[in-house]
Each structure stands twice: as structure tokens, then as C-alpha cells.
Design a protein around this ligand. Structure first.
Ligand SMILES: Nc1nc2c(ncn2[C@@H]2O[C@H](COP(=O)(O)OP(=O)(O)O)[C@@H](O)[C@H]2O)c(=O)[nH]1
Ligand SMILES: [Mg+2]
Length: 282
């Protein structure tokens, strides 16, 4: 599931997306609503410079609704932005409506030239685990209604018929995250986009607690039944461990076990809907 990116892989992935783009009318750039910036490919603006694009914040069911609104406003400066839940399909229809709106002028210009009406062609791009396959399933109503008669760019790639007037490339463009940024790596590990084992769980828990202190202190307090939040993260993790009875012989806090609990409960959504980063204020 997790992909190791090497320069060769990155060049190859980029080339694959570029080839796909030639056949595409509107690209769907899929991001994780909890970490919209950290789940973004660093080269995406260059890659999609000449492309009609929709930004879709996926997993909106896990993100803070108010923050998602703020992110939508912020990202709208780059491209029209929507939020969806690809597990239930909520918001997914709006993606197609928006694509139609974006293509309206181009399609009517083609019609004026007497061209035959044709489907709007879409492709999804995003980093691993952002929900590309899940969104493809939703858009195609979980049936792989392949058109069959026209190949995609790569061997084995197909167009899937969607709602009337749309078709989608069945293989998404997989791009790499900005992994050279350590903060980004932490957030990807916290949200489960990259394997946690790659990052030490104690370090990850400290990072998560630090983020929660900033973005959702009350949720942190409530979840672990803490009377107050000490600003000292190291101490705070110990407080949480004590509350959860993570003690070693001699009464010392088992930090490893505490850390695993914190991360697990976050990944299970026990803290409620949470967005881990805020849009930059300009
Ligand atoms: N809660 C939630 N989980 C989602 C959503 N979309 C995808 N997922 C989950 O995220 C994980 C990765 O999804 P997948 O479609 O395989 O990602 P891909 O690697 O981009 O194709 C899976 O466990 C999905 O069930 C969503 O909107 N909400
Ligand atoms: Mg996939």
C-alpha cells in the first residue's frame, strides 16, 4: 500500500500523469480534508498549469466542518474546490456538476463549429491513500462500466462511463507527497497515509499531541479527562498515560504504550472530526 518513491519512480509517475492529461478535459486533484496542504503533491501547480482542474477535499466526514469551509475558500484561489465523502458518496455528484459548468463554454464552442457532442473526460490525481480508488468507485456507481472500445494511454487502462455525459480514466494518476518536509511526513503517518512503522510511534504521538494542543485543545482534554493541559508535551503524554493506566513496574509511565493508544484513538476517529492544519493566512 505504501509506496517508496525514488527519483526514477517520481519521473515515471509524472510522465504517466502528463500523458493522461493529454486526453483529459478536467482533472480532479484529490486531497485529504484533514491535511489539505500535506496531502498535496509539491509539483502539482506546474503539472496542471494548462489544465482545467477541480480540487476535491476527500474524507470530509473525518475533518472539522468549519475548517473545511475555510480550506475551500483558501484553495478556491487555485481552482474551484469541493468537499466529498467517498465512502458514502456525499458531494460526489457536485463534482460532475462542476465539471460540466467548467466545460460549458468549450463544449458549446465545439457545438457551434458543428462538432458532434462528446463526453467530458475526467481523471483523478493524488497521493497514495487519499481515496482515489474509492472516489472512482463512487463516481462509477461501483460498477466497472467500461467503454471497452477505446484504450487509455497505458495498456490495460480504460474509460469508465459515468452519469450521462461523462467518462473517467479508470486508473488514477498517483503522485508523491512533499516527503522531504518532516512535518508533512508526520501528518501523513498520523492520518495513516504512510505506514506508521516508518516513524517511531512515540515521536508520532508527541507530534500529534502537539498539533492537537494547537488545533483542538478541548477535544484533547475531554478525550483523556484531563483537568488542564500542560504546555509541556512530554509531560502531557505522561499525564495521558497515567489517566489510561499505562504504568510499568515501579509506577513509571509506559510511554510507548501511551503513544500507541493516542495514535490508535486518533486513527479510529475517537477525537471526533478534526483538521490537523489550518489554511495559511495572508
Ligand atoms: N472516512 C473516509 N475514508 C475514506 C474516504 N475515502 C477513502 N477512504 C479510505 O481511505 C483509504 C484509502 O482509500 P483508497 O481509495 O484505497 O486510496 P487510493 O490509494 O488513493 O486509491 C481506504 O481505507 C478507504 O476506505 C472518505 O471519504 N472517508
Ligand atoms: Mg488506489
Amino acid at each position: 500500500m505504501s509506496i517508496q518513491w525514488y527519483p526514477g519512480h517520481m519521473a515515471k509517475a509524472k510522465k504517466k500523469v502528463e500523458e493522461g492529461l493529454k486526453l483529459i478535459d478536467v482533472v480532479i486533484e484529490l486531497l485529504d480534508a484533514r491535511i489539505p496542504l500535506s496531502s498535496r503533491n509539491p509539483d502539482i501547480d506546474d503539472l496542471l498549469a494548462d489544465q482545467k482542474r477541480i480540487i476535491v477535499l476527500n474524507k470530509k466526514d473525518l475533518a472539522d466542518h468549519k475548517r473545511t469551509k475555510e480550506w475551500k475558500r483558501y484553495l478556491a484561489k487555485s481552482a474551484p474546490t469541493l468537499a466529498v465523502n467517498s465512502l458514502t458518496g456525499a458531494g460526489v455528484n457536485q463534482v460532475l456538476n462542476l465539471a460540466q459548468q467548467i466545460m460549458k463554454d468549450k463544449l458549446s464552442a465545439l457545438a457551434d463549429k458543428g462538432r458532434k457532442e462528446r463526453d467530458i473526460r475526467l481523471m483523478i490525481v493524488g497521493i497514495p491513500n487519499v481515496g482515489k480508488s474509492q472516489l472512482i468507485n463512487q463516481l462509477s456507481n461501483n460498477k466497472s462500466a467500461r467503454t471497452g472500445d477505446r484504450p487509455g494511454v497505458t495498456k490495460g487502462q480504460q474509460w469508465v462511463k459515468l452519469r450521462k455525459g461523462f467518462e473517467l480514466l479508470d486508473t488514477p494518476g498517483i503522485l508523491w507527497p512533499k516527503f522531504e518536509d518532516q512535518e508533512v511526513g508526520f501528518k501523513l503517518a498520523i492520518t495513516g497515509a504512510i505506514k506508521e512503522k516508518l516513524v517511531e510511534s512515540e515521536l508520532l504521538a508527541y507530534k500529534l499531541v502537539e498539533i492537537l494542543q494547537e488545533v483542538a485543545p478541548n477535544k484533547l482534554k475531554e478525550r483523556f479527562n484531563l483537568d488542564q493541559l500542560t504546555p509541556d508535551t512530554y509531560q502531557l503524554v505522561a499525564d495521558i498515560g497515567r489517566k489510561r493506566g499505562c504504568l510499568q513496574s515501579g509506577g513509571r509511565i509506559d510511554r510507548e504504550r501511551t503513544s500507541k493508544i493516542i495514535i490508535k484513538e486518533f486513527q479510529e476517529g475517537k477525537f471526533g472530526k478534526l483538521t490537523l492544519e489550518l489554511p495559511p493566512t495572508v
